[in-house]
Design a protein around this ligand. Structure first.
Ligand code: NDP
Ligand code: MG
Length: 385
């Protein structure tokens, strides 16, 4: 059996490094054909020397010659920037593009990968938040698989296996509630980035960790699920489950509910996306009932965590609204991480941006890219960045 060739976009990040752990565990099944980084050139070089991919891409131009020099004589092509990303996803030896880039920068490489008939393992949820309708139309047009890596969506995907002909009544996306679950707005006003970066159950990149604290991550996941599973907005619900053991649930038309469970470890959904429809034996941690005598569920507080409400509103409004929401969020999260805006201000600024960007009912890819650009400028203006 020939090995499955994987292109890991964002190999130096939290998901990217865990994806390499999975590949390392199954050297006869998987091969890292492409690795890419933003600016962490030192780690990319180390990964490239270990995995010997055909090519690496560096998106930070300042790091390019450093990587080129380090990999000289190793028969590894070194490409630069978005142009490089869009080129490597087309390589012949690539069977699956695992997109683990953070933010809307992941959109164009996903589009090109689908057009090149590559299966997608998608961690980069922003791709579907920005342009879900367009992306899923491309997936169907080119007959590729869109395999979710996000744990909630992987859970739903696993629950739906074997149920292809049974309509879904509803899905419940579980949310841990993040570090500020149960807090009131006055208590949230002065929370610091250090507090927001302490997620109770998951260790992840900075942007998604802040999104988890503000519940924007759950909002983005609602949008991601709507497009991925072709649901109406009313079919997508969020339920807070602080233990993060039930990764999400599907309710069918007879009232039966299926849930997927396991310890919170992203390596499992990453592995499933790569082995689907099969499952490979591994030595990941197993669930122990005695560690979790109680699994609890509660309603999500959309009044305190307004980002979740804004995400539902954007989805309901359609067109380029979710693209605006995402762009504004990327800018405010970055500003929050630099101590330039407060925690609660983030939703205010996103809402103001949504009010100011022109509505486009049926955007093309170029419209989405332009919306993303304009929304970022407007958000920066609002926060005087
Ligand atoms: P990280 O910040 O840890 O990693 C992001 C990766 O993308 C890094 O390799 C980074 O490079 C690269 N990168 C950053 N900006 C750009 C850019 N503009 N162009 C190209 N590459 C870039 O993020 P995570 O791994 O946490 O998250 C990645 C994606 O997966 C996100 O969309 C997130 O929402 C999603 N996800 C993550 C989960 C997790 O557990 N971490 C869980 C579910 C979903 P470098 O570091 O070299 O600069
Ligand atoms: Mg998730």
């Amino acid at each position: 059996m020939s090995k499955k060739g994987i292109a890991i976009l964002g190999a130096t990040g939290s998901i990217g490094t865990q994806a390499l752990d999975v590949i390392r565990a199954f050297p006869n099944q998987f091969e890292a054909v492409v690795l890419t980084c933003g600016s962490n050139a030192a780690l990319l070089i180390q990964q490239a020397l270990e995995f010997k991919p055909k090519a690496v891409v560096v998106t930070d131009s300042l790091q390019y010659s450093y990587v080129q020099d380090a990999l000289k004589g190793h028969n590894i092509a070194v490409l630069l920037g978005e142009v490089g990303l869009v080129e490597v996803v087309q390589y012949e030896g690539v069977d699956v593009v695992l997109n683990a880039i953070v933010g809307s920068a992941g959109l164009k490489p996903t589009v090109k990968a689908i057009q090149s008939k590559k299966d997608i393992a998608l961690a980069n949820k922003e791709t579907l938040v920005v342009a879900g309708e367009l992306i899923m139309a491309l997936v169907h047009e080119h007959g590729v698989r869109m395999l979710p890596v996000d744990s909630e969506h992987s859970a739903i995907f696993q629950c739906l296996t074997g149920e292809e002909h049974n309509p879904i009544e509803k899905i419940y996306i579980t949310a841990s509630g993040g570090p500020f679950r149960g807090k009131s707005r006055p208590e949230l006003r002065y929370v610091t980035k250090a507090q927001a970066l302490k997620h109770p159950n998951w260790s992840m990149g900075a942007k998604i960790t802040i999104d988890s604290a503000s519940l924007m991550n759950k909002g983005l996941e609602v949008i991601e699920a709507k497009w991925l599973f072709n649901l109406s907005i009313d079919q997508v619900d969020v339920i807070v489950h602080p233990q993060s053991i039930v990764h999400s649930l599907v309710q069918f038309q007879d009232g039966s509910m299926k849930a997927q469970m396991g310890v919170p470890d992203m390596k499992l959904p990453i592995q499933y996306a790569l082995t689907y429809p099969g499952r490979f034996e591994n030595n990941f941690e197993r669930f122990n009932f005695m560690d979790y005598p109680t699994l609890s569920f509660e309603k999500a507080d959309m009044e305190t965590f307004r980002n979740l409400a804004l995400a539902y509103e954007s989805l309901r409004a359609g067109g380029n609204r979710s693209c605006v929401l995402n762009a504004a969020n990327e800018v405010v999260v970055d500003a929050f991480l630099k101590d330039r805006v407060g925690f609660l201000e983030m939703s205010d600024v996103i809402e103001q941006t949504l009010d100011q960007v022109e509505f486009i009912a049926a955007p093309t890819l170029d419209d989405y890219l332009e919306t993303d650009r304009v929304a970022r400028l407007i958000t920066k203006e609002i926060i005087k960045d």
